[in-house]
Design a protein around this ligand. Structure first.
Ligand SMILES: *[C@@H]1O[C@H](CO)[C@@H](O)[C@H](O)[C@H]1NC(C)=O
Ligand SMILES: *[C@@H]1O[C@H](CO)[C@@H](O)[C@H](O)[C@H]1NC(C)=O
Ligand SMILES: *[C@@H]1O[C@H](CO)[C@@H](O)[C@H](O)[C@H]1NC(C)=O
Ligand SMILES: *[C@@H]1O[C@H](CO)[C@@H](O)[C@H](O)[C@H]1NC(C)=O
Ligand SMILES: *[C@@H]1O[C@H](CO)[C@@H](O)[C@H](O)[C@H]1NC(C)=O
Length: 670
């Protein structure tokens, strides 16, 4: 049953033109719905808006969904079914799914839909389990994902204006949509599939451009490729400006807010742009993501359950999702939510920007109802209890937490300093350039590049090696004569003092920590964006090495390579290797980095993401059992960037350390 919050209806106060526009929109869709309704036979599959009764209608009957979000790109494929089954058993009827463009179109016109990127296999599983799907194919998704899901190669054209009607951007978007949406169309509800609605863009109202031409273009492309029947919608935070710039005639408007906000007010704001139709909270957030260097966040289960109950009593359709800080601040909420967050493996974590660059941690646990390792939490059971008050739960027990294994201590040994293996990591050799070039200029999307030059003169007294503001993106590990000198950091330390002789080698390893995924400006270029200078005189004559570390590691390096005689030093970027065996079954595990500083971990060639134990709060990385082998050694490769401990050991635990119990929460939960 849909209950309408009529008490929250506030007459639209904005420009009359907009009122007319939205009024026309409602009228147009109402007519369309009526038309479809009269033409449809009783057995026809339909999913529509009912403006008269303020609800959705599925096959003609009033319908409400309770959905949760899951990002297939953050969950190892072997675990997809398990996570979806647990969502189903929690009482969700629907899952909300983002499609990250950059995960699939790896280079312009080069597509990957294999393995973990097989979005169609994921959608098949949702259908098999009887779940409906709300699809959010972007092209921009935010999701705290690298560049909000936009491919870094868009920045190869540095003057491209993202998320606007810039023709170069639209051409890239259209060519992607022509590949993706034909895979989606047969899965639409009206075509016999389980996708009930499709979101266009994401929180566009929070983007500075406010370009209706762009939204109109997307609407046209989505309609052309998906047909006229599918329900297309937008999602924005409940602020007036966001709802003004993020909504468009022909796209049903929904809002996002968390349990701390005033439900009546938030839906009241929605009513101002969407006077009739179902009330939808597309992102109800009750968890919170972690940033490196900040306290671990958590939200109480009781608080989440209470907010959910309020909303269900209002009769709204909701989805449990994530947001970024601006949206949270605007709606007065400090909570975010995923039903199952997962992990930012490899280089996929994004970043936010608030006063400074804030990279997101590798874990995307989010304090969500299903933990990072896919286990039901107290919050899941609290939510399930609330849902059971409104609709029957599916039959069947919730699977218990899967076993985790503490494989214990594993000794590593140093393989080589990074600067000694550039021939392997950059087989095509360096690019010569008078002045530094960005990652994008050299078509390097993620990871690392080395900038190499020589001191142009003798520096007997300490001289300042420095970079202009905002030009170290995002961290630069400085080596003089291959000796580590320290780290330059975006919005942090941007100078070091060095001494040396003319001709001494100077190397800076630049690290991309993830492109900004939300905010006014997503053109987040990486690398050395300005001239490095010595006592204010710009250095020149660079040799730049784009590194293909993952290609090498996936091919078995360095285990398969000849041993390297390397310096015994512990500081500076270097590779460490080791092995461990799994007894019997390859259980999930969590690996801790005691005394290590910052770097990356691969096991059997799989990139498990960044660790940064020195900064925290995350202290362990999740290792899914599916990457481990039974009966033969598992090969570990660590790239430590700053300083390894005197005894290079890893510790495999049976539980994660997010500082959940030690950290203070970022918000008051009471
Ligand atoms: C929510 O907002 C409405 C309208 O502004 C107000 O009347 C109500 O008291 C608020 N509720 C709470 C719990 O703050
Ligand atoms: C976005 O950032 C890029 C690179 O810093 C800059 O060139 C561009 O002007 C910025 N755009 C806006 C709208 O701020
Ligand atoms: C680096 O310095 C050179 C010479 O002063 C200048 O031409 C160039 O624009 C500078 N590059 C950047 C990115 O500032
Ligand atoms: C680990 O490395 C060894 C040595 O190169 C290789 O023989 C073995 O196949 C690798 N094991 C796995 C699981 O990749
Ligand atoms: C997290 O816990 C570890 C271990 O107790 C501690 O060393 C670290 O400082 C904590 N980090 C944060 C950000 O609270």
């Amino acid at each position: 049953m849909m209950v309408v919050a009529t008490s929250s209806f506030v007459p639209y106060p904005g420009p009359a033109e907009r009122l007319a526009r939205k009024g026309l929109q409602a009228l147009a869709l109402l007519l369309a719905a009526g038309l479809l309704h009269t033409q449809a036979s009783p057995s026809a599959r339909s999913f529509q808006l009912d403006y008269e009764h303020n609800c959705f209608r599925k096959d003609g009957a009033p319908f409400r969904y309770i959905s949760g979000s899951i990002h297939y790109a953050r969950v190892p494929r072997p675990a997809w079914r398990d996570r979806l089954l647990k969502m189903y058993l929690s009482g969700l009827s629907t899952v909300q799914v983002y499609v990250p463009w950059n995960y699939h179109e790896t280079l312009p016109g080069v597509y990957d839909f294999t393995g973990n990127r097989d979005v169609e296999a994921f959608l098949d599983l949702t259908a098999e389990l009887g779940l409906l799907v709300i699809l959010r194919p972007g092209p921009y998704i935010c999701a705290e994902w690298e560049m909000g899901g936009l491919p870094a190669w868009l920045l190869w054209k540095p003057d491209m204006t993202l998320r606007t009607s810039d023709p170069a951007y639209l051409a890239a978007v259209d060519s992607w949509l022509h590949v993706l949406l034909p895979k989606i169309r047969p899965r639409l509800y009206q075509q016999g599939g389980n996708i009930i609605s499709v979101q266009v863009e994401n929180e566009y109202g929070s983007y500075y451009a406010c370009d209706y031409g762009y939204l109109r273009h997307l609407l046209g492309s989505f309609r052309a490729l998906l047909g006229s029947e599918v329900l297309l919608f937008t999602t924005d935070s409940a602020g007036a400006q966001e709802l003004r710039c993020g909504t468009l005639q022909g796209l049903y408007a929904t809002v996002d807010f968390g349990p701390g906000s005033n439900v009546t007010e938030a839906f009241g704001a929605l009513r101002r742009v969407e006077p009739k139709g179902p009330l939808v909270n597309s992102e109800y957030y009750t968890g919170w993501l972690d940033y490196w260097g900040e306290a671990h966040a958590s939200t109480s289960a009781a608080w989440v359950a209470r907010g959910l109950e309020d909303m269900l009593q209002l009769g709204a359709s909701i989805n449990m999702q994530v947001v970024s800080w601006q949206r949270a601040l605007l709606s007065g909420v400090y909570h975010r939510y995923m039903f199952h967050g997962g992990t930012n493996f490899a280089y996929w974590s994004g970043a936010d920007y608030k006063d400074q660059y804030k990279p997101v941690t590798t874990s995307y646990d989010y304090d969500a109802p299903l933990s990072e390792a896919g286990d039901p939490t107290e919050k899941l059971f609290a939510i399930r209890t609330v849902i059971s008050k409104f609709q029957p739960l599916p039959v069947g027990p919730m699977p218990p937490a899967t076993p985790k294994y503490a494989y214990g201590w594993v000794a590593l040994r140093k393989y080589a300093d990074l600067l000694d293996v550039l021939d392997v990591l950059c087989p095509s050799g360096p690019i010569q350039s008078q002045f530094p070039l960005t990652f994008e200029a050299l078509k390097q999307a993620y990871g690392f590049m080395v900038y190499h030059t020589q001191l142009p003169w003798d520096v007997p007294d300490p001289a300042t090696l420095g970079a202009p503001p905002h030009s170290i993106c995002d961290r630069g590990y400085v080596m003089l004569q291959k000796e580590y000198q320290g780290t330059l950091e975006r919005d942090g330390q941007t100078t070091l003092h060095v001494t040396g002789r003319g001709g001494d080698t100077l190397d800076i390893l630049l690290e991309n920590m993830g492109r900004i995924s939300f905010g006014a400006n997503t053109s987040d270029f990486k690398g050395l964006l300005g001239n490095l200078s010595l006592n204010s005189r710009p250095l020149s004559n660079w040799q730049i090495y784009p590194l293909a570390i993952d290609t090498a590691v996936q091919q078995g390096w360095p285990q398969a390579a000849l041993p390297k005689s390397s310096s015994a030093g512990r500081v500076g970027p270097a590779f460490y290797t080791g092995t461990f065996e799994t007894p019997g079954i390859a259980w999930d595990t969590f690996v801790k980095f005691p005394g290590w500083s910052k770097g990356l971990l691969w096991i059997n060639g799989f990139n498990l993401g960044r660790y940064w134990s020195r900064r925290g709060p995350q202290q362990t990385l999740f290792v899914p059992g599916s990457v481990l082998h039974v009966g033969r050694p598992n090969n570990i490769t660590v790239l430590e960037l700053e300083e390894a401990p005197p005894s290079p050991l890893l510790l495999f635990l049976d539980q994660p350390l997010y500082n959940r119990t030690l950290g203070r929460s970022t918000m008051a939960t009471e």
